[in-house]
Structure formats: C-alpha cells, structure tokens
Design a binder for this molecule. Structure first.
Ligand SMILES: CSC[C@@H](O)[C@@H](O)C(=O)COP(=O)(O)O
Length: 370
C-alpha cells in the first residue's frame, strides 16, 4: 500500500518537486505520482519491492533515467533492510530483488544499467562487512541520482548548439524533468535556452495512448514559462509543412550500437515526416541509455501494454467496440538513417553511429574512468 505524502497546494509549481528522491530515514523512495498529473501533484512513498515494481510498471515513475534512479534507490533500500549478516546470503538476496525490479519494464535500458551498476559496487566489496557494503550502496545510488542531473545539463549545453533563438522545436512523449532528476534530456536545451532568453516555440505531441506529451510535457514546459503548443500526434506534418519546426528533440529508452533508437511509440513516424520536410531529428541520450551490447534496433525488446490503454483509458465512456483486437506497443524504433545526431553528455554523435558511439564511450572512459 503506497503512502500518500502531500496534496497540491495553492500556487504550487511542479518544477519545485523532485521526480524521485530518497527518504533514507523512513526507508522510502518519494516520487511524484505521474499518473495523477496535471490534475494534482501527489507525492507517494514507496517502501516495499512490490510497491517499487508497481510504480515503475504503472508509470507512476517513468522515463528511462528516472526509472534508473528509482531502481538504484529501491535496491539500496531493500538491501539496507536485509537481516543477512554474511556476504553470501546478502548477495543472494540482493540478486533476487534486483532481478525482480529489473522485470518491471523491458525496453528502457536504464533500469538494468542502474541495477547492474549497484551490483557492481556490491561485488567490488565481496566478502566485506555487510553493514559497510550498505553504506557503499547508498553512496552509489545517490551518485546515480546526482550524475543524472549533471548529465542532463551537459546534454542541454550540447543540444543548445544545434538551435538558435526563436526556433521552433517539436518533441514527442515526455523526456523532461519529470523523466529525469532535473532538466530532462530532450527538454534540457529548451530550459537552458530559456535561461538565456532564446524563447523557443515548442510543439508537444500529445503522445497517445498514455498522453505523456499532453499531461506531462505541456504541463512542465508551461509551468516553466516556456512557449508550448500542444498538438495531436497526427499534426506533426502540418506544423512542419508550415515551416514552424526547425528541429525535433526527443529522448530515448535504448539506443543500439548502430544508432537505431527505441523511444515512445510514434517517434519513428515523427522522424519519417521530419526527413520529408528536411527537419533534423536529434536524439537526446545519456550514455546510460546507449546499449552497445544491442547491435541494432531489431534486437530491442519492445514492451507491449494492456489493450485498455487504447480502448478506454482517459475516456468517460469506452471508445472502441468490446472485443476489438488491439495492438499496443509502448515504443517503436527509429532507424538510424532518420537521425541527424545523438546528443550525449560527451558530445554529439553523427553517422556513422557504429563508430561515433564507440568514440563517445572512449571519451567517457577517459574522462570518468567508467
Ligand atoms: C528522458 S526520458 C526518455 C524516454 O524514456 C521517453 O522519451 C519515453 O519514451 C518514456 O516512455 P514512458 O513509457 O513514459 O516511460
């Protein structure tokens, strides 16, 4: 049973809340329940493995980086509460909890990336005192959270070099602050540009079926004073044909070694239309979302979601006939040929991606030792 922490107050601004934070004293992760936005800002406390799993599966916390941060805090809290006193039992319990959390959603690689990183810390201290290891796990989870903020800011700085003041920018789904610890990925150039007075004109696709664009992106950009216009998913060609869009910035859930990119369903449609209208499409990707072990987009596991999300969710009355067949993949893969650049915290990768992404990882290793 999740604990509700706080209701929206008068004049509250969503940008003043942490998407995910650790409440170590109360053995809880505090998240904004994103299924309630924009109607009400509700913070909930997640304490058990089941609550964390459900929150990820039900998209109470969502967006690849935020899922990774929630998983890191989650596995730390679960490990912290283990009564095991010897390393082997502690390790065995850790791996079980890790595999459980990892099964919540399959496409966003940040989930397994963060959990593997936590396991790496555990195993680097194999055989050591369990209570000390708990301290190392906490430090790593906090670092994953803090790193996400630094990484998003860097992506914003690189992304900003691709656009100019007054430009029109289209985005799909929510790769905003609500999907990360701060700034977002696709929104980072927009927020940093806003601070410099760039006054972008942003078009947010509503993003059927779960409306992350309408409920989340439009909400957070509007709350930040950004000029944002909400459009339906089938309007991207119209705004591009009108010449209102200079660039597309989107996030991603997994980038394969050849640059093929899985992101929210509909991204590949936007990219194909953008190609037709000569609008560059930039994928904003922390290196934690780039998976060099996945060769091409064909190897990415695409999450399938329940039919009800398409047939009745958000509608007062069911809007599709009972029993109709439904296809509801949560993500699609944009082919690398449609992508003008992949904006990471270590620079902008350009085609051919098989080489440029390797270069980005080399740079990461040189600069961070990872
Ligand atoms: C910085 S978030 C990048 C992606 O995770 C985002 O664009 C997206 O597709 C999120 O999908 P969601 O199903 O809402 O988790």
């Amino acid at each position: 049973m999740v604990i509700h922490m706080q209701q929206k107050k008068e004049n509250d601004n969503i940008m003043n809340y942490d998407t995910v934070r650790l409440d170590d004293e109360n053995n809880a992760i505090i998240i904004i329940d994103q299924t309630k936005l924009p109607g009400s800002i509700e913070l909930i406390a997640l304490k058990t493995a089941e609550e964390i799993w459900d929150a990820i599966y039900l998209l109470r916390v969502r967006g690849a980086p935020a899922i990774g941060v929630a998983a890191a805090f989650g596995i730390y809290l679960l490990a912290k509460q283990s009564s095991a006193s010897d390393y082997d039992t502690f390790h065995e319990e850790f791996v079980k909890q890790k595999e459980y959390l990892d099964s919540a959603r399959p496409t966003a690689v940040n989930l397994s990336w963060a959990l593997n990183r936590m396991q790496g810390v555990l195993e680097a201290h194999a055989g050591e005192d369990v209570s000390k290891i708990k301290g190392y796990l906490k430090a790593e989870a906090v670092e994953i959270w803090q790193e996400d903020i630094r990484v998003c800011k860097k992506i914003g700085e690189y992304g900003l070099t691709l656009v100019k003041p007054g430009d029109g920018i289209l985005t799909h789904c929510n790769a905003g602050q609500l999907a990360t610890s701060k700034y977002g990925t696709a929104t980072a150039p927009i927020y940093l540009g806003e601070e410099k007075g760039y006054h972008f004109k942003v078009f947010a696709d509503e993003t059927r079926p779960l409306l992350q664009g309408a409920r989340l992106t439009a909400f957070e950009l509007q709350s930040s004073g950004v000029d944002v216009t909400l459009i339906c998913d089938n309007m991207s060609a119209t705004v591009m044909k009108n010449g209102w869009v200079n660039a597309v910035f989107v996030g991603c859930d997994r980038v394969a070694a050849n640059g093929d990119t899985a992101n929210k369903i509909g991204t590949s449609v936007v990219a194909a239309v953008a190609k037709y209208y000569n609008v560059p499409v930039y994928i904003c990707a922390p290196t934690s979302t780039i998976d060099l072990n996945t060769r091409t987009g064909a190897d990415i596991h695409i999450e399938q979601r329940p039919a009800e999300e398409v047939t009745e969710m958000w509608y007062k009355e069911r809007m599709a006939p009972e029993g109709v067949k439904v296809f509801n993949p949560a993500f699609d893969v944009t082919d690398h040929e449609l992508i003008a650049g992949i904006v990471t915290e270590y620079g902008i990768a350009r085609a051919p991606y098989t080489e440029s992404l390797q270069e980005i990882f080399k740079k990461r290793e040189q600069e961070s030792g990872r």
